[in-house]
Ligand binder design. Structure first.
Ligand code: TRP
Length: 353
């Protein structure tokens, strides 16, 4: 059921509209954080941002830039600054609406760091040692692993628990952190008294994941070593079109949606479908008996137009001062909720005398 208005209680399903009279309706809360450590790509757009655009109508959304998580590995101040600004501008350009979703910087809301420490003290060494990111890096014998990388999951738990989030949309790699969040919340609630809502992970639906254009068995990724496999949202649109034209497909030669045997083609169909809203089946039937080249041409044009429009909005937002304005207002809204929670926590653990 979709809520049509935040101010009055009007809801709609596919075939019915409800108007609630009296009583209180609360929207479920959803929270998501993104690390400002690289440029956004088409996979981020299709897997997350385009979903957020729908979620912002159905949920009370909190979206924050996880800059405190970004410094768990060394990053230059100028890069962090630029990534942060770009991310916010791109989110807005993609259609996230600050009047619906609260958009803010983690470091602007001091309650994150405060509850992060409390959650660190609620975590056991063994639990954190089992977290994949830390485990993988240690197993590879990587040098310079910071203590911050080790204690990052309890900070993420704090991010979520401060807002009593019902849902946290995550990829499979982050699911483990939401599980830990649930454990820590239950531990705290049990040790003190009921304080935190137990959040649920919401994993990405099939058909919304985007794969590398060069190796469609791998996810499109921002740290990709194959730039031809990834389309950045800030790529030159003409270069992006070329990447679509040279995307790896297969030698089967029939246009159909078969992610198993034709993963490259399925990936292209997903991209076209999400960007235009046309169902995959409909695209497939339009291309009956036609070749890959023709299909790629259409998708290349779709991507070209999408990026051209997006970047025009992005540039306008960057020069308008909108980013600062949105973040200021977002920090105020988020702080109001987060501070209330941290005051409660400080009382329960005996900090407030
Ligand atoms: N750990 C997440 C990532 O690496 C980012 C993140 C930080 C996050 N805090 C969060 C995501 C809270 C969801 C909720 O992508």
């Amino acid at each position: 059921m979709k809520r049509l208005s935040k101010k009055c209680a009007i809801y709609a399903t596919d075939d019915t509209i409800f108007v609630q009279i009296g009583g209180t309706i609360t929207m479920k809360r959803m929270l998501s954080g993104i690390k400002p450590t690289g440029r956004l790509h088409l996979g981020n757009y299709i897997g997350a941002i385009s979903q957020f655009k729908k979620y912002q109508d159905e949920y009370e959304m909190f979206i924050f830039i996880a800059n405190e998580h970004a410094i768990t590995v060394p990053i230059e101040a100028k890069d962090l600054r630029k990534n942060t600004k770009d991310l916010v501008a791109l989110y807005l350009a993609c259609g996230l609406d600050p009047s619906k979703a609260t958009i803010f910087l983690q470091s602007d809301v001091s309650a994150h760091a405060k509850l992060g420490w409390v959650m660190t003290c609620m975590s056991y060494m063994g639990e954190l040692q089992r977290m994949t990111q830390y485990k993988d890096k240690t197993a590879k014998g990587e040098a310079g692993i910071t203590a911050g990388l080790f204690t990052y999951p309890p900070l993420m738990a704090a991010d979520i628990l401060l807002y009593d989030a019902d849902y946290v949309p995550v990829g499979v790699d982050q699911k483990q952190h939401v599980e830990l969040t649930r454990t820590l919340a239950e531990r705290f609630n049990h040790r003190y008294s009921d304080t935190f809502k137990i959040p649920e992970p919401l994993t990405t639906k099939v058909g919304q994941k985007v794969y590398s254009l060069q190796d469609p068995t791998k996810k499109m990724s921002k740290s990709a070593s194959d730039p031809k496999g990834t389309i950045d949202l800030l790529d030159d649109p003409a270069a992006a079109r070329k990447k679509i034209m040279s995307a790896k497909t297969d030698s089967i030669g029939i246009i159909q949606y078969d992610p198993q045997d034709q993963p490259g083609l399925a990936n292209l169909l997903t991209i076209q479908s999400v960007l235009t809203g046309e169902p995959v089946e409909s695209i497939v039937s339009r291309y009956e008996g036609k070749g890959y080249g023709e299909l790629k041409k259409e998708i290349g044009q779709t991507v070209f137009d999408f990026l051209t429009d997006l970047q025009a909005r992005y540039n306008e937002i960057l020069t308008s001062g909108k980013v600062d304005e949105v973040l200021k207002e977002g920090a105020e809204k988020a702080s109001f909720i987060a501070n209330k929670k941290i005051r409660k926590v400080y009382k329960k653990i005996g900090f407030t005398i």
